[in-house]
Design a binder for this molecule. Structure first.
Ligand SMILES: *Cc1c(COP(=O)(O)O)cnc(C)c1O
Length: 361
C-alpha cells in the first residue's frame, strides 16, 4: 500500500537514548529539559525570535486568537485543512471567507479589503501546501485597518521569504508538528510570536495562565508539549535537511513525469519563497476525471487524498454563506498524490502510468 504520506521515523536507537534521559530525570512534562532544548534548536534552525512549543497545532491556533483578543469577524481562506476554521468557530469567531487566487491557492489579497467591516478584528491566512502568501500586501492591509494577522503556517516549516523566515510575518504564526507534516513531534505545534510581551503571556497561557507559584494572572489552557514529543522532534531535527532534499527529488521526478502527460495543472509557487515539498497537489480539469484517477489508483492500493475538500464555506456549522467560486471549484478538482521522503522512483513511475491510462483511453 502506498499512502498519501508516510510518517518519517528517526533512528530508533537515538530516540531510545532520549527516552533514557527522560527516565533518568523523572521529568516527563511541564517545560522539561528536552522541550527547552528543542525550543532553542528550532528557534535557531528557523531563524525566529520567540517560540512556544505546544501539544498540537489546533491548540496553537486557539491560543493565538485568544491572546490577540480576536473578536467578531475574522477574514480567512476557505481552502485549507478544517482546523483553520473549526478553531475559529470553537473560539466564538465568525469566519468571513475571501476567495483564493486560482494559481497560488492562497487567499486572494485583492479581495480582502472589500470584505472588511467594522466587525472585523483579524486576518487569518494560510500558507497552503507551504506556498508563501503575499505577506507584504497582507501586512499593508492589516496596518491600514488596524487588524491583527495570524498565519496558519502549519505547512510552512522552514520556508523563507526573501531570505528570512516567513514565520516572522504577522503578529503570530502557528506551526503544526503532526505526524503527517514535513517536521513532526508525533503530535505537536508551535506559536511564533514577534512581540516579547505577548510571547511572555503566551508561555503562561499554554500552562493554565499560571504565572509563578501561587499566581494565576490570565485565563489559560493546557497546551503543553511533553518530553516524549520533544524527543521525537530533537531526533527529526537532525535529519530535516536530508528529509527536505529527498522530498525535493521526489517532487522533481513527479513533475518531470507528469508534465509530459500535459493533462494536469500544478499550483504556482511564490517566487520569493523557498519550498519544503510537503505535498504534491495536482489540479484536474473536472471532478469526474479526478474521481476516475483516484479510483484507478485505489484499485492498485495507492491512496491519494482530496486535500482540501470540501471547500470550508460549505461546512454545516458555517452560518454566513460567502460566495467563493474559485475555492469551491478548485477543491473539487484537486488531489494530493503520495509524497514522502522514502517514496521510490519505481513507485512514482507506477502512479504516473496509472494516471496516464485514464487520460489516454
Ligand atoms: C495540520 C493542520 C492543522 C492542525 O494541526 P494539528 O497539529 O493536527 O492540530 C491546522 N491547519 C492546517 C492548515 C493543517 O494542515
Amino acid at each position: 500500500m502506498i499512502n498519501v504520506t508516510r510518517t518519517y521515523l528517526p533512528d530508533a536507537g537515538k530516540y531510545k537514548s532520549y527516552v533514557d534521559r527522560i527516565f533518568e530525570s523523572g521529568w516527563i512534562t511541564n517545560n522539561g529539559q528536552l522541550v527547552q532544548e528543542l525550543e532553542k534548536r528550532i528557534k535557531e534552525y528557523l531563524g525566529v525570535r520567540n517560540i512556544v512549543l505546544v501539544s498540537n497545532g489546533t491548540l496553537a491556533l486557539q491560543v493565538a486568537y485568544k491572546i490577540l483578543n480576536l473578536k467578531g469577524d475574522v477574514i480567512t481562506t476557505p481552502f485549507s485543512f478544517v482546523a483553520t476554521v473549526s478553531s475559529q468557530v470553537w473560539e466564538g469567531l465568525n469566519p468571513v471567507f475571501v476567495d483564493i487566487d486560482c494559481e497560488t491557492l492562497n487567499i486572494d489579497c485583492t479581495k480582502i479589503e472589500k470584505s472588511i467591516t467594522k466587525n472585523t478584528s483579524g486576518i487569518i491566512p494560510v500558507h497552503v501546501f507551504g506556498n508563501g502568501c503575499n505577506v507584504e500586501e497582507i501586512e499593508r492591509i492589516a496596518r491600514k485597518y488596524g487588524l491583527k494577522a495570524v498565519y496558519d503556517a502549519a505547512h510552512a516549516f522552514g520556508i523563507r521569504y526573501k531570505g528570512e523566515s516567513i514565520l516572522n510575518h504577522g503578529d503570530i504564526s502557528v506551526l503544526s508538528f503532526h505526524a503527517t507534516k514535513v517536521f513532526h513531534t508525533i503530535e505537536g505545534g508551535a506559536l511564533i510570536i514577534n512581540d516579547d510581551k505577548l510571547y511572555e503571556k503566551a508561555r503562561h497561557m499554554v500552562d493554565f495562565g499560571i504565572n509563578g507559584p501561587d499566581r494565576i494572572d490570565w485565563l489559560g489552557i493546557n497546551a503543553k508539549m511533553n518530553e516524549f514529543q520533544a524527543a521525537m522532534g530533537l531526533c527529526i531535527l537532525d535529519d530535516i535537511d536530508e528529509i527536505v532534499e529527498k522530498r525535493r527529488m521526489v517532487n522533481d521526478y513527479y513533475l518531470e513525469k507528469l508534465s509530459k502527460t500535459g493533462c494536469l495543472k500544478f499550483p504556482k509557487h511564490n517566487e520569493n519563497c523557498t519550498f519544503n515539498y510537503g505535498y504534491l497537489p495536482v489540479i484536474f480539469e473536472n471532478e469526474e476525471k479526478l474521481l476516475e484517477v483516484k479510483c484507478k489508483l485505489e484499485e492498485s492500493s495507492i491512496r491519494p487524498r482530496r486535500y482540501f475538500y470540501p471547500s470550508l464555506e460549505t461546512l454545516p456549522y458555517i452560518a454566513n454563506r460567502c460566495r467563493v467560486p474559485v475555492s469551491n471549484s478548485i477543491s473539487k478538482r484537486i488531489l494530493c498524490l503520495p509524497m514522502y521522503d522514502s517514496l521510490k522512483t519505481e513507485e512514482i513511475e507506477r502512479i504516473v502510468e496509472i494516471i496516464k491510462t485514464v487520460f489516454n483511453k
